[in-house]
Design a protein around this ligand. Sequence first.
Ligand SMILES: [Zn+2]
Ligand SMILES: [Zn+2]
Length: 190
Amino acid sequence: MEKDLIKLYDECVNELKTIGLDIKNKEIVGDIDIKLSSRASKRYGCCKQEEPDKSSKIVERHGYRRIIKYEKFKKHHIEVSKWVMNLNEDIIKNTIMHEIIHCFPYCNNHGQEFKKYANYINQKLGYNVTRTGNVKEDYEKSNIPYKEKEYKYKIICENCGQEIYRNRLNRNLFKRYRCGKCGGKLKLSN
Ligand SMILES: [Zn+2]
Ligand SMILES: [Zn+2]
């Protein structure tokens, strides 16, 4: 399975080169390694950064606190969750691209710079790199049955139909809380 991942990763790297993003250029991106993660995680993947480039240091002030951050790193460790490998190849590659973008300077989050790269790659190479991904949708696209976790109670918003699931029911819920999406009244559904 790890072989498949490396193969798809290499494809991504080559495709990026055709649109002028040379991630083998160590000056810009640094070293990247990629592996499968067997940890039970809802996340598609993650990218751990190491060896910050001292010149990219920024200091953020939050009241009295100072937070030191770096925007550029010399080493990146990408992990892709095992369950992702069961999905369609294009979805796996979206995941890989997403994590590769995190390796670019100023992209260690899902901010402006991340979006810029994602849009560019989506446009030029026909990808669908998003900030979060949608597990249910990706399962359906891959023709794999998706099982919602089972809950005892289903609560719906009378107004917009938003669904909330709970295992325990607190009667105050209906008095105190409203729909987080639209502010509508909640009711128990059967
Ligand atoms: Zn991300
Ligand atoms: Zn609502």
